[in-house]
Design a protein around this ligand. Sequence first.
Ligand code: NAD
Ligand code: UGA
Length: 457
Amino acid sequence: MIVSIVGAGYVGLVTGACLASRGHDVRCVDVSEERVRLIRSGAVPFHEPGLDGLLREVLACGRFSVTTDLSAAMEGSSISVIAVGTPANGEEPDLSFLRAAAEQIGAELRSRRGYHVVAVKSTVAPGTTREIVKDLVQRVSGIHAGEFGLCMNPEFLREGSAVEDFMNPDRIIIGELDQESGRVMEGLYESFDCEKLHVGLEEAELTKYASNSLLSTLISFSNELGALCESTPGADIEKVMQGLHLDHRLNPRQGGVRVSPQILTYLRAGIGFGGSCLPKDVNALRTYGRRRGVPTPVLDAVMTTNARRAEQIVAIVETALGGLAGRTIAVLGLAFKAGTDDLRSSPALALLSLLRARDANVRAYDPIVAREAAAKAGLEHLCEGDLESVLEGADAALLTTADPVFLGADWVRMTSSMRSAILIDGRNALRSVNLPVSVRYYPIGRGGLFLELETVI
Ligand code: NAD
Ligand code: UGA
């Protein structure tokens, strides 16, 4: 199949490279000339394990190309996948990129013969595909829906494991305007062995929001419990969650062995959720609810708890140090989670600004985030090039991502140059790591906060 993909970001480029590796002829389009030049040369403009190798492979075999010219990309193609950004604009998604993409595709369809499916992969609120994309394509192309196909095909990949997720999906949701549109999408995913669920356009849009809202809800629930443990002497969130996870309904046995579903990793306390999608999507669903006159108190609380979490983490740092003003704090991790360089809505950035607002001196180090990306976020001046440098002379370190570089660090050497070896673990990721006895270790979610190290070196 010849497939055009509009938008070559995290979703568009991963989708394009993966579909090409499954035998389709993929043409990606992006408005950014710099991005197109980079991708054409075989370079991935962001950190995504496995993507550069796959990209070079599909470029070399000629099944993948990238251009700024939508017209050339759509030449002979049966599907145009829209994968442009729908970033947050206040509490609702900014649909300007989506509108532009729909209009551009509509303009191309005006002069084309043959059936063509427009598939929305960008995350959008219920009704957007039908009321905005369909209407724009119809209006600009002069063709009626039905003469062209329309699908809403949400994407569930995670940054950091995007290629693996795309290649081995747990589900493919095909929201279809009519059966013919859905049939063409089936063809696109023929080689993918998973459940393919055909639903309506609005159901597909809602399924995507439901998935991200559930993950966010689990995280906020865990953080609320974490905060309760923090104010309960003798309580430890890790023990409480261990007990919770053992419920056979969350952690069934198969053949006597615990299955431990991955979802349990979202039932752990931390620093709050972030990234380009979870906060944006929960807010978009709340806004949609408001518009429809349907209250969403659960989702409202999910966001309130998430915003509060940063304050609670800063309070732990303050308690550990006995004050923040003038103290130097090394923030370990800038991205919204380990394994990515994405700074969008990163909780680490919220923590940095709260600490600065309390007159702490902050510096940061992230093993994946490049200096240029940090500079774009206005953080260059406080970024250090390695773990040793960021810790040197610091009064405390605050761990914000469970990056393997931090987990496997030589903590004896790393903490030896700190002014005071105080380590606050925002991810509870170092609990089983051997730390030097000189370190005062503060995992989150503990009443009494300071954890006497059981294993010391
Ligand atoms: P992104 O910002 O990384 O990429 C979007 C790309 O689209 C950019 O390169 C931009 O230059 C390009 N673009 C914008 N307008 C264009 C146009 N008219 N023509 C051609 N190119 C255009 O965004 P992303 O993270 O890939 O997210 C895309 C969508 O997918 C969003 O709706 C997001 O919510 C959703 N989503 C993202 C993820 C993720 O992990 N990032 C996962 C699932 C779903
Ligand atoms: C998330 C969803 O997991 C994807 O299914 C979805 O496609 C994507 O959003 C999207 O719509 O963009 P992603 O943002 O890459 O993917 O990251 P996650 O790994 O889900 O992390 C989101 C937040 O949850 C982060 O703040 C992270 O720290 C936290 N998290 C993640 C946990 O608390 N526990 C985990 O096990 C994983």
